[in-house]
Design a protein. Structure first.
Length: 340
């Protein structure tokens, strides 16, 4: 089942090779090991904490740089400014499945001889101008957690361009075994189990319908909030085949009657599970905030965006009535200033 799912996922995603893992975090850790990264890794503060944790687990130093306020992805110009003689890799995140400026990042990487490992946990199946964004950089990492567009209850993967790298990754995820008496690498038990793989094969059969459902729900949100002062939604760019994995709503509290946090609390009180992705910033957590690159003055865009975004519920089996409850809370809040 494991090898079959690898083959079918590679074909579906349009990539050369894929290595399955028990979860996405192990895949991130193994990716850094596979490319023998050392020293400093430039990454984003605006992500799930596993992105930076994988750097620490490898004994490396994360260096945070600011994001583009429109895409929430790493700004290549800021990346270049942060490069030092100790820098060996860049780890960008395709935030909400919106592609990074992969050409800009690759230009920087090529100029300075750096590796690029994409945290593509949000970006399963995303294509730009017909090509999978998972083909960008040296490696791309996927998450198959239960909350993701494609899931195996829990799981992850590394997308890699050639058979040689795949073989090394396969050693790293299975104790370094070549055969039952030969060990060639300090591997771990990181491989996806057969039950997870079997579930993934079933999930693939229904993925098309799930993506259509997500798109319909996203468009209902977009239509409902269009023109509401103080609210903004993501606008997928031209040529982008997006997966609608998240529905981030940007709340400008200087215009909208409620702050993002007040709107979040109102939804929570109504039993609606919205998320403040990503708040706090990774750079605000105790193990990172002492880093010079973690200082808020260096991360102004990320700090501001982290106080604005609320990710609305979106999942394939969401009923219109359930979505209407979410929409009503937002629109009722929007009317408060006018009524007042």
């Amino acid at each position: 089942m494991h090898e079959r799912l690898e083959r079918e996922l590679a074909a579906y995603l349009g990539v050369e090779h894929i290595c399955l893992f028990a979860n996405g975090t192990l895949a991130l850790v193994a990716a850094l090991q596979a490319l023998r990264i050392s020293g400093e890794v430039i990454t984003t503060p605006y992500s799930f904490v596993a992105t930076a944790h994988s750097v620490l687990w490898n004994g490396l130093k994360p260096v945070f740089v600011d994001i583009d306020p429109l895409t929430c992805n790493l700004d290549p110009a800021r990346v270049e400014e942060a490069i030092t003689p100790s820098t060996s890799a860049i780890m960008p995140v395709h935030c909400y499945g919106i592609p990074c400026d992969v050409e800009g990042i690759q230009r920087v990487a090529d100029t300075y001889g750096l590796k690029v490992i994409y945290d593509a946990a949000h970006a399963f199946g995303v294509r730009q101008d017909g090509a999978s964004i998972l083909r960008s950089g040296d490696l791309s990492i996927l998450s198959f957690h239960a909350t993701k567009v494609f899931n195996t209850f829990e799981g992850g993967a590394i997308v890699c361009p050639d058979a040689k790298i795949k073989k090394r990754i396969d050693y790293l995820k299975n104790f370094g075994f070549v055969d039952e008496v030969t060990v060639v690498a300090p591997g771990i038990n990181g491989k996806m189990n057969e039950v997870q793989a079997a579930f993934g094969l079933l999930q693939l059969k229904h993925l098309g319908d799930a993506l259509k459902s997500r798109q319909r729900l996203f468009e209902r949100y977009r239509d409902a909030f269009f023109g509401v002062p103080g609210l903004r939604m993501v606008s997928p760019g031209q040529g982008l085949e997006w997966n609608y994995s998240y529905c981030p709503l940007y709340v400008d509290e200087e215009v909208f009657p409620l702050s993002r946090d007040a709107l979040f609390m109102r939804m929570r009180d109504a039993g609606i599970l919205a998320r403040r992705y990503f708040y706090p910033l990774i750079s605000e957590f105790p193990m990172y905030r002492g880093l010079d690159s973690a200082q808020p003055r260096r991360l102004g865009n990320a700090f501001s965006i982290s106080r604005q975004v609320i990710c609305l519920p979106i999942f394939p089996h969401m009923q219109d009535q359930e979505q209407d409850e979410v929409i009503s809370i937002v629109l009722d809040a929007a009317r408060e200033r006018a009524d007042g």
